[in-house]
Design a protein. Sequence first.
Length: 556
Amino acid sequence: MNENKTESVDFVRQIINEDQASGKHAGRVHTRFPPEPNGYLHIGHAKSICVNFGIAREFGGKCNLRFDDTNPTAEDQEFVDSIQADVRWLGFDWEDRLFFASDYFERLYEYALQLIQQGDAYVCSLPADKVSEFRGRWDEPGRASPDRDRPIAENLELFQRMKAGEFPDGTYTLRAKIDMNSSNMNLRDPAMYRIRHAHHHRTGDQWCIYPTYDWAHGQSDSLEGITHSLCTLEFEHHRPLYEWFIEKLGIFPSRQIEFAKLNLTYTILSKRNLRFLVEQGYVDGWDDPRMPTLRGMRRRGYTPESIRNFCDGLGLTKFNSTSEMVVLERSVREHLNSVALRRMAVLDPLKVVIENFAEQQHELRTCINNPEDATAGTREVPFSREIYIEREDFMENPPKDFFRLAPGREVRLRYAYFLKCESVVKDAAGNIVELRCSYDPETAGGQAPDGRKVKGTIHWVPANEAIEAEIRLYDALVTAEFPSRIEEGKNWLDYLNPHSLHIVTNAKLEPALAEAQIGQAFQFERLGYFCVDSVEKENGRLVFNRTVSLKDKKGG
């Protein structure tokens, strides 16, 4: 039982606390996460995963992973495998409770026969467009199907022949007989089965009639003894149908509870639109680091801890709202700050020659791996006559508020010495190609013996020992803060960001990064958090993806 029974507890936990206090279901808490295996999970699904698995864990209960595999034309084993991997990556385990709606096809068929025999379901011959027409609108009553009062015996015969495969797709549907005058459109004789001669990824060609989501979902919950069926708010108007089926069948009374789904600024969460981006080549697959899929976020370097923390911080309400992308990025940043190893990398290198550092002289500078983690230790970085610094850390004619390197000015090299620019070398076109500098050997500790101060500290890498790597800098995939709110005359594709990916090909990195492995997180000092690209690493290339910047971006 949850011991945190405070007034501030959210409404879902309050319901569960009350159920346990009353002894309902002997205090059991059993939830489920029921994805459709027709695509890859995205950040919106992460909230549902965290809610269902998290609440079950919190209350000492269980959570099932159940695939809603009722649409054979859109499902694939590839998606089943990827969803399981994503749930595990987020840190959750369904143990031995892996189920499929297709596990219950025979039971669902028997339930359908029961409803027909009770006079609560009938076989309808109306085509799909006519069904929609007869259903009417929310502000006007519907019209009954000509088949609504078909005799029970005839309904049973037709339904059995549907199952036997005697009719082509679209000939008949099985519909529940509820109320064509209901203000809730979901109760206007909804479809339970449709004929679909399609190969199923698990049952093969055994079935040619497939249950609808509304028919399969509640009964699957009941068969599994689900006590609290936690789902997102768009299913709120489906709950009366969920309860009607359970009541008519007289089966275990699972309870559906709805909470607000996750919406995120600058993010597309429509599965249809995400599939379009993949299939039309706007992105490089479902695991493209710009995608909001969990696979994409994992490849980009997001951690499961940061996603769980973000989802937990959202809370559970009955009101739809949109969360700020900067809040998710802040959660990622906060976790990486505590675990990421520090390294130095120069993305736009400018060569520096330290003229008073002997050509054969060579040092190792001790650098801290993570100041937030005392157990992370230190590393040694080579320091010699020639180094690289960021081009933007030098200005020939700087403004007053520029505190980095400039002619005649000193800066502090991170973990090394004070460095002073003596002269600038340019090519024939007037471009700066090299700086000639001097260093103060008495400032190895970062302080000058004479007490002089410098305001700027910059990072560097050794020129001769530096390794080269490709760096990929990512921005939002769309430019609109709310992509679902399309301006008149525009298409959602008009909001795709042409600058969502910038590739740096000539970056110079400290030598320790040559041993970077998939899954390792790094803070490139002053630049952001980065990770090894898993796909490129498997192909033998060293590529780093920027996970998130060091600070929130202005304007979101």
